[in-house]
Design a protein around this ligand. Structure first.
Ligand SMILES: Cc1cc2nc3c(=O)[nH]c(=O)nc-3n(C[C@H](O)[C@H](O)[C@H](O)COP(=O)(O)O)c2cc1C
Length: 203
């Protein structure tokens, strides 16, 4: 089967891209509204952009009426957000935090999640997430009418005690969630340690 993207509808392209590029890490993002309400939502079109400087990137699709989602609007206004990495015990919370609510409703309050102050940004972090990555917005890049790509710089990381050792994390300790297509999620499954291509033993 061959598919020419120039002949496909945006809805078809979205479906196919999100089925092809799997599994995806999930950025579980807190932002602060103008009224200082903490907004929470997951974003899985998310990846590392650069190590030096330490940049992450995520896609914010626009709503059907062409306006920004609350997370994108808050991040663009305040220039700050916190990306959390959720573990597999948090599946229902991650999923439910994606349900649309008006801007005056805080998903954090609705879901009964505890907050802590962040160290370097004014947006609070989720207390119980294994990793909270405090970020400042570097660029909000517009692509077409329906989405934007936020490039954010990591300024501080808060990790659950014992999770980071020698600047490394055992993924089997983190047990991150991933997103597959639609409302389908993945968990870690078996992991395989291979000899690196240099011939050295894995560190
Ligand atoms: C696991 C998961 C991943 C998601 N990834 C994205 C994404 O990459 N980009 C996006 O615009 N929406 C994504 N969504 C949808 C948003 O989370 C959803 O639109 C949410 O209501 C946005 O909330 P906000 O208006 O409070 O920012 C995802 C939803 C789920 C459940």
């Amino acid at each position: 089967m061959d598919l020419s993207f120039s002949e496909m509808k945006i809805s078809e392209i979205y479906k196919l891209m999100t089925c092809m590029i799997v599994p995806r890490a999930i950025a579980w993002v807190t932002t602060l509204s103008e009224d200082r309400l903490v907004n929470l939502a997951p974003f899985s079109a998310f990846s590392i952009v650069s190590y030096d400087p330490p940049l992450l990137g995520m896609n914010f699709s626009k709503k059907e009426d062409g306006s920004r989602k609350d997370s994108a609007r808050n991040a663009a206004r305040s220039g700050e957000l916190v990306v959390h990495i959720a573990d597999e015990t948090m599946l229902d919370l991650v999923h439910e935090s994606s349900f649309p609510h008006p801007p005056h409703v805080s998903e954090v309050e609705l879901l009964g999640l505890a907050l802590e102050s962040s160290a370097a940004v004014s947006v609070p972090r989720l207390r119980d997430a294994p990793l909270a990555i405090e970020c400042r917005l570097r660029e909000m890049l517009a692509f077409g009418k329906s989405s934007e790509f936020a490039v954010v710089e990591i300024v501080h990381v808060h990790a659950r005690d014992g999770l980071i050792y020698d600047f490394k994390i055992e993924t089997t300790d983190l047990r991150p969630l991933s997103r597959l297509a639609g409302p389908v999620y993945g968990t870690l499954g078996p992991v395989f340690v291979k000899r690196p291509p240099t011939g050295r033993e894995p560190e």
